[in-house]
Design a protein around this ligand. Structure first.
Ligand code: GDP
Ligand code: IMO
Ligand code: MG
Length: 429
């Protein structure tokens, strides 16, 4: 049985939740590997719309163990709220497991996130303000608090004292913000510890045991490769590694254990937050794509910026992640748009550039080279196979495959979990 990674290939919100839900039907374990409650992964079933922020998108399948891996920055209040919301809708969360090694979002993290954003002024990143960046920064500088720590109130208290001394000096010194009380936080987080305890385990071992037993394991990436802290449009990125390598680390598996890497790409492109976007549409059909695609942030409700599919970034992220397949989502949103365009190259001062630049200001000089593909007036949302799709729609998919160099094996043609074409191009699908 394979280990499959599902990750975002663009700037997030590609429809990873839907693809993971589809694969989870036949999976034994789904492991969310990175990010925090900055993510919003949507699954639409006959029971309605489910939006997952920390809980893996396989939770609707009763036979599937859903793991929050060590690479996730866990907001304890959010995960407990999600568990409750699921229970209220008749979905028991008894299959949820949380790594004892997860770092925790602490009360000072969202506060710091907001204050830092405000102080950036015009250079604001547009973070989700969930404390993601400050939490990963504390993890790297070894002042983080982990799930295991809050299960031992005495240790938690001891650990928080010096951390809060430093945080409070920073908050008041830099931002003139009143300090936080370590005893109060210790008490609050010890209470979270009690509530989380039934879910906490060494998930790394659980995942390895599942792989050893030949189980079907899905690794769920949050965010996306162009938001990666190393390879994204730095500094307009998130603070974890949503790449194939990064999610291996977050899930506690080795690269040699992975069989499939599915990159999820929208058939067009969106971005929420600030930063470069060479194919951005500032006029029609940008608004049409936003309205029809309901392109408003799952977490923050912010309108997403819209644009054309960018094969330069797609090729880059496909190579970085060793993709074996592409899931091309929201194809139906392009129905009736004519022509459909895609970007096949970048030009800087008349010279062709093969990959996204490292320096963010270099993007100001990028001129995307665009190609037109004839639109398809007929709808694609009722298609159940690739061959049943309109001819020009098939041609567009073939252009994406040719430009990115990876076969498209899933095509999303609607929001509902059933509106997904699985194309049997590679033998394992
Ligand atoms: P994720 O973060 O990658 O899981 O994606 P989000 O859930 O944030 O955003 C994707 C949005 O598109 C959600 O509202 C999904 O329900 C929706 N969606 C996913 N796939 C399709 C598709 O093929 N067609 C349409 N119309 N909507 C889709
Ligand atoms: P999913 O998993 C889209 C973006 C934010 C901001 C930048 C940094 O649903 O695809 P952060 O709060 O992480 O410090 O914000 O990253 N961002 C996302 N954009 N989808 C996401 O997650 C995102 N998670 C973070 O908008 O630009
Ligand atoms: Mg999302």
């Amino acid at each position: 049985m394979p280990v499959t990674i599902v990750l975002g290939g663009q700037w997030g919100d590609e429809g990873k939740g839907k693809i993971i839900d589809a694969l989870a039907k036949d999976a034994d374990v789904v492991v969310r590997a990175n990010g925090s409650a900055n993510a919003g992964h949507t699954v639409v079933t006959d029971e309605g719309v489910f939006k997952f922020r920390l809980i893996p998108s396989g939770i609707l399948h009763p036979g599937c163990i859903c793991v929050i891996g060590a690479g996730v920055a866990l907001d304890p209040a959010t995960v407990l709220e999600e568990v409750q919301q699921l229970r209220d809708r008749g979905v028991p969360a008894q299959n949820l497991r949380i790594s004892s090694r997860c770092h925790l979002i602490m009360p000072y993290h969202p506060l710091q996130d907001r204050l830092e954003e405000e102080s950036r002024g015009a250079d604001m990143i547009g973070t989700t303000q969930r404390g993601n960046g400050p939490c990963y920064a504390d993890k790297a500088s070894r002042r983080g608090i982990r799930v295991a720590d809050i299960l031992d109130p005495e240790y938690l208290h001891r650990r928080l004292e010096p951390v809060l001394r430093e945080k409070n000096a920073f908050l008041s010194g830099v931002y003139g913000h009143p300090g936080l009380d370590p005893a109060e936080i210790a008490e609050q987080y010890a209470a979270f510890g009690e509530q989380l305890a039934p879910f906490v385990t060494e998930t790394e071992l659980l995942v390895q045991d599942a792989i050893d037993a030949g189980r079907n394991v899905i690794i769920e990436g949050a965010q996306a490769a162009m938001l990666d802290i190393d390879y994204g449009t730095y500094p307009f990125v998130t603070s974890s590694s949503p790449t194939a390598a990064g999610v291996c680390q977050g899930a506690g598996i080795a690269p040699t254990q992975v069989d499939r890497v599915i990159g999820v790409y929208k058939a067009y492109l969106t971005r929420v937050g600030a930063g470069a976007f060479p194919t951005e549409l500032h006029e029609e059909p940008g608004d049409t794509l936003r309205e029809r695609g309901a392109e408003f942030g799952t977490v923050t409700g912010r309108p997403r910026r819209t644009g054309w599919f960018d094969a330069v970034q797609a090729r880059f992220t496909a190579r970085l992640n060793g993709l074996t397949e592409i899931a091309l989502t929201k194809f139906d949103i392009l129905d009736g748009v004519d022509p459909v365009q895609l970007c096949t190259g970048y030009q800087v001062h008349g010279e062709a550039v093969g990959a996204p630049p490292a320096l963010i200001t270099d993007y100001d000089q990028v001129e995307p080279i665009m190609e037109n593909v004839e639109g398809w007036p007929e709808g694609s949302s009722s298609a159940t196979s690739r061959t049943a799709m309109p001819e020009s729609a098939r041609r567009y998919i073939e252009r994406v495959e040719a430009e990115v160099g990876v076969p498209v094996t899933f095509i999303g043609v609607g929001q509902h979990r059933d509106q997904l074409i699985r194309d049997a191009t590679p033998s394992q699908v």
